[in-house]
Design a protein around this ligand. Structure first.
Ligand code: ADP
Ligand code: MG
Length: 318
């Protein structure tokens, strides 16, 4: 098959967890199976694909297990960066196995590999001054205060529901394993990388890198990946078929196509794309376009194929 180019496909939480009643490992595997079929279509069509994915709920589950095991059994807790690494391994495993099985059934000879990926963030990123992302369980004030003093955690009281840890969500700066990712793609391997936005690491004065307690937006990290490998297309697969203006309002309008200038203007208006869900996707695509990207698509997993043919989804162009 003729090589069409390189595509980065960022898959959202709904590709792994359909809803609150389908959160088990088996349910996640089945959800991953669905999405990987649509990605296999792209691969069969000749695209070289790098897959990024979210990990919010999965990291939440890993942390919760760690906290319960610590309370009940006195087990050691798992640091946040290690939770991220664990989630990359488990989610990558589900995606790669499903994709391998699907490709084999179709007679497509392609290898698939997950790269445990670190993403460098800037120690001086403003996000570290005022961390805002709540993480882990609620706790009582004395325990929250103890963790603040003994462990240096940032704790906030959440409107009467108790205390919770907050961490920074800094902007991703570099993908540490980018050369390995590039080599794999050039060799024709389907790569799963920057899972959960990547494991956040910072650079120390002596040049070493070290994990840090933070979270990175998976849309931003996938955008950085798409820029670094000069992807021909950046696909953000999420729970909606298209992006809307005035989303959820009576005058909602679904968009077939957006230029980057329009995307910037609508994003600046602030009322169209919800903060923390659609806004980061639009921003991620704007950064991709401003760095040479030519084509981006936002759609849901089942419509990836049709959207690639221009039949649905929201297309963003320079
Ligand atoms: P993901 O896990 O894929 O990152 P998010 O929930 O973070 O998913 O973001 C996707 C969601 O954004 C959609 O399911 C939709 O409910 C919401 N959304 C917010 N604003 C818009 C908009 N303007 N158009 C379409 N969807 C929007
Ligand atoms: Mg999201």
């Amino acid at each position: 098959m003729a090589r069409k180019g390189v595509a980065v496909v960022a898959i959202g939480g709904n590709s792994l967890i359909k809803d609150k009643n389908h959160q088990s490992v088996e349910d996640q595997y089945l959800a991953a199976k669905e999405t990987t079929k649509h990605i296999a279509d792209m691969i069969e069509d000749g695209w070289d694909v790098a897959i990024g994915h979210g990990n919010g709920p999965q990291v939440g589950f890993i942390l919760r297990r760690s906290e319960i095991a610590a309370q009940v059994e006195g087990m050691h807790e798992v640091p946040l960066d290690v939770c991220g690494a664990d989630s990359q391994g488990a989610i990558g495993y589900a995606l790669q196995q499903n994709l391998q099985n699907e490709l084999r059934r179709r007679g497509v000879k392609k290898s698939v590999a997950t790269v445990v990926t670190q993403v460098l963030v800037d120690r001086n990123d403003n996000a570290f001054v005022n961390p805002t992302k709540p993480i882990g369980s609620f706790m009582e004030e004395p325990e929250a205060k103890r963790r603040e003093t003994e462990m240096g955690w940032n704790m906030v009281e959440d409107s009467g529901r108790g205390w919770r840890r907050v961490v920074a969500s800094p902007i991703p700066q570099e993908v540490v394993e980018i050369d390995a990712v590039r080599e794999l793609i050039e060799a024709g391997t389907i790569v799963i990388t920057v899972g959960g936005g990547g494991i956040p690491v910072v650079r120390e004065a002596n040049g070493d890198i070290i994990g840090t307690a933070a979270v990175i937006d998976k849309d931003y990290a996938s955008s950085l990946l798409a820029r670094l490998i000069n992807a021909d297309v950046f696909v953000i697969s999420t729970a909606v078929e298209k992006v809307a203006l005035n989303y959820g309002k009576p005058d909602q309008k679904w968009l077939d196509k957006l230029t980057v200038a329009e995307a910037k203007a609508y994003l600046a208006e602030g009322s169209h794309f919800a903060k923390g869900s659609m806004a980061p996707k639009i921003q991620a695509i704007i950064w991709f376009m401003e760095n040479g990207g030519k084509k981006a698509i936002i759609t849901n997993p089942e419509n990836i194929g049709r959207a690639m043919r221009g039949e649905t989804g929201t297309l963003i162009v320079p």
